[in-house]
Design a protein around this ligand. Sequence first.
Ligand SMILES: Nc1nc2c(ncn2[C@@H]2O[C@H](COP(=O)(O)OP(=O)(O)OP(=O)(O)O)[C@@H](O)[C@H]2O)c(=O)[nH]1
Ligand SMILES: [Zn+2]
Length: 351
Amino acid sequence: MGETDPITDTDPLAPLGWSPLWADRAEDAAARNERPGAEPGRVVRHDGVAVQVATRDGVVARPVLATVDPQPVVGDWVLTTDETVVAVLERSSLLRRRDTRRDTEQHLVANVDTVIIVCGLDRPVRDGRIQRATAVAWDADAEPVVVLTKADLVADAEETAVAVRGANPGVEVLVTSSKEDAGLQGVRDLGVGKSVVMLGESGAGKSSLANALSDGDVAIVGAVREGDAKGRHTTTSRELHVLPSGGVLIDNPGVRSLGLWTDAESVVATFDDIDSLAEGCRFSDCAHDAEPGCAVRAAIDAGDLHPARLEAWHAFHAEVEEADRRADEKAWRTPEAPPESKRRRRRGRGR
Ligand SMILES: Nc1nc2c(ncn2[C@@H]2O[C@H](COP(=O)(O)OP(=O)(O)OP(=O)(O)O)[C@@H](O)[C@H]2O)c(=O)[nH]1
Ligand SMILES: [Zn+2]
């Protein structure tokens, strides 16, 4: 690192989101690492054995020291020498999901500001899936935004948007048609100066939105491609692209099932409307099922709360408990781990 570059528009790292914050974190990491000559860069691709890092000298491929903990993912800021990545800078956000088959935590992308949840209106909009994705975003410390695509294919796009807004208070919901060039400016605005990632099923319309974000530049290439001799483009790995608006877009392969790997805090964030209503329930451990004096059900009866909210709350807790149960089971099979789940359960306002 050595030199203390003023952050200017001429810094090749600026389009990638480099800021005084990252310069500070790079200095901290360099001080801890004592690796002279390590340079900062952002991971734009993960190839399994090596990462591609956009540095001031262009994109370079580097293996990662096995001792680097945590291991870098796309979006991470790192320090790299001519040989290897030696440090991952402290993250601002981290998108994680549960690998439901192996029941392990999978790190997807780091340092995103916004998670765009893409849903095609050409198929049923599933509340539970949106709910899970918003929870994953909040768990990551990123802002979720729902984008309902293909509005040209249905007559009731706005009605669906109203329902999705009702079921997800506090979450911005945009309606777009890439075909009719409608609502796309709202999506472009999301990308200005931000790092955004898109989540959504295959065919939901992510590529079409990505093209809109990049002002129709299909290749979505930017400064990061300088020095990338191969210039290959693959849609099967997560990649980071510089947007003309000054933001960064991270592609994500079609995520069919977003396994939950989230903690109580994000449950609180997601369901704070229900939790504040639950303050009025007669029983502090009210499950909002058939208990007398349930303020949540009363709010639904009074038309103050969308019934889908409570359904999603039940589904969410059922899933968290199922994950806990399986984590406990796994812990029983692993002698050194305690059989008690570390995750806090949270029902109503019980603590
Ligand atoms: N009618 C209509 N079709 C759209 C719209 N947006 C996307 N499509 C079509 O939907 C299909 C899927 O769109 P993509 O943008 O490739 O979807 P994706 O989410 O990137 O899909 P994967 O690459 O498989 O993850 C394509 O045939 C698009 O032409 C839209 O606004 N209106
Ligand atoms: Zn209740």
